[in-house]
Design a protein around this ligand. Sequence first.
Ligand code: NAP
Length: 247
Amino acid sequence: MILLLGGTAEARELADLLQSAGVRFVSSLAGRVARPRLPVGAVQIGGFGGVAGLRAYLAEQRVVAVIDATHPFAEGMSRNAAEACAADGIPLLRLERPGWSTVPGADAWHWVGDHDEAATTAASLGERPFLTVGRQALDRFVQPLQRHHALVRVVDPPSIVLPAAWTLIESRGPYPVEAERDVFATHGVDVLVTKDSGGSYTWAKMQVATEQIVPVVIVRRGDVTPGVPTVAVPARALAWVKNVVGG
Ligand code: NAP
């Protein structure tokens, strides 16, 4: 059995490939969003209970290899997977889409190390920031942007009370460029705050910010699992799996 840690478009693509190749696998989702997009094949929803719980699961299910295809900012899960697999000698592959740091124009963005720095940087750059950092990080922005007219876009409702001056949009991408232009225009966005998620799925807002010369504050990825072999596309992960299971 292969364990595919998911929650990303790449993980769903890999599930398609594994299914077509007849590989036995289970996808795992954290269960954070109310209506997740489900991959094909078997799915288990909910955490394992830290490294100990994951190790128990790997043993019970006789997992022969793990693919960590979680989001680049799901750092806790990636760390746990690296620790559990190292402890039990289980092969681990990281499937991670490349970040945006090398795209043309990226050197003009305001690269920051974490959400706190993103919040103070955004506060100094504009009055109407557009926060596209996910709901879990929002608490870090509340104090620095208390008096700003922030626009927040999330998939599920935030668990904290947002300042009265903020506007909340609950929706799920992908967003076409035209729709992002409307969002920027309607809300007068004057600074975009995002994470280095990479990929094309959430790229349209970056394109619109560039077109409209709106400053971009972007949170850098951490290097959370150094030494874990990494591929950027699902087809490469399938090749790795075939190698591991001898297919
Ligand atoms: P996280 O902070 O790295 O993980 C926290 C805990 O959630 C983990 O220790 C684990 O709980 C559980 N968990 C996370 N991913 C899991 C998975 N694929 N399967 C089973 N349990 C999982 O994760 P996060 O940032 O909250 O992200 C949660 C999920 O959303 C991930 O699957 C990720 O791919 C997806 N996602 C995250 C982002 C983001 O920006 N962070 C964006 C898009 C999608 P236990 O310790 O109990 O095992």
